[in-house]
Design a protein around this ligand. Structure first.
Ligand SMILES: Nc1ncnc2c1ncn2[C@@H]1O[C@H](COP(=O)(O)OP(=O)(O)O)[C@@H](O)[C@H]1O
Ligand SMILES: [Mg+2]
Length: 247
């Protein structure tokens, strides 16, 4: 049976001056799948994910997201699509001067009508916070929260729009091992509960092993190798072996 991809990236190229970051990079993401992109620092993982939400424009190649060729969308169509594609920034990008509630209200201001917000915002905020286990923080400020809690709030702010896809940029980087593990478990429970597909960019082997249904190795700007974690560990290709040994 042929499954249809939710996101399909074909032959993507992106250079910054002489720095040819992505070279004919391709991937397919399928429904309810956690796809990991594994690559060294500076290999182009964040550039790839930013191309997918059109924060960066590739030099060539095609990106299909939920049946739309994103290069052809008007800005308002792209904004609409962004509600279906949640993006968790490495930095979390929470507003420090706003409470947790106000942070979660923010995407609703953009994507819901005033009436929808009046009727449903409070319950949506509650539900999103419960999904990440932090209902009690609703009136707190981000500075009062630990790194792991801020990551959860950022995830709640993504979940509140009920996206079909979540793009995670280094979700466990900078967290201690126990907290990193908890975030990986949370990512899995979100996948289970909402059947969301996800692209997870990471070089945290524990996170990759726990969350990745399939892994793509981004080496030399290309989709260099692809498979399960176990497949890749057994891959005899020198660059793949080097990669694991270098981590
Ligand atoms: N806006 C930009 N302008 C110039 N160079 C950039 C820009 N964004 C990323 N790069 C370069 O592209 C390469 C890949 O960056 P990035 O995707 O952030 O790496 P990572 O795999 O660590 O996420 C790096 O060499 C980086 O310096
Ligand atoms: Mg990055």
């Amino acid at each position: 049976m042929d499954k249809k991809p939710i996101i399909q990236v074909s032959n993507l190229n992106k250079s910054f001056g002489e720095n040819h970051v992505l070279k004919d990079f391709s991937l397919s993401l399928y429904e309810a799948e956690n796809l990991v992109i594994l690559g060294k620092s500076g290999s182009g993982k964040s550039v790839l994910i930013k191309c997918i939400i059109r924060l960066i424009h590739p030099d060539s190649g095609e990106i299909m997201v939920l049946d739309h060729d994103i290069s052809e969308l008007e800005q308002d169509e792209m904004d609409h699509l962004r509600a279906e594609v949640g993006f968790l920034f490495q930095s979390n990008a929470l507003y420090d001067s706003m409470t947790v509630r106000q942070n979660l209200l923010f995407p609703l201001r953009k994507h819901w009508t005033k009436e929808e917000r009046q009727d449903h915002a409070e319950s949506a905020i509650q539900e999103a916070l419960e999904d990440v286990g932090l209902a009690h923080t609703i009136d707190m400020m981000p500075v009062e929260l630990s790194g792991g809690m801020r990551k959860r709030i950022a995830l709640a702010r993504t979940l509140i729009l009920k996206p079909k896809v979540i793009l995670y940029d280094e979700p466990t980087t900078g967290l201690d091992p126990i907290t990193a593990r908890e975030i990986s478990e949370l990512m899995n429970s979100i996948q289970k509960k909402y059947k969301t597909a996800a692209i997870i960019i990471s070089h945290d082997l524990n996170c990759i092993r726990m969350t990745g249904n399939r892994i793509i190795m981004l080496i030399d700007g290309k989709n260099y190798a692809e498979g399960t974690y176990e497949n890749l560990l057994q891959n005899e290709d020198p660059k793949v072996k080097d990669f694991f040994e270098g981590l």
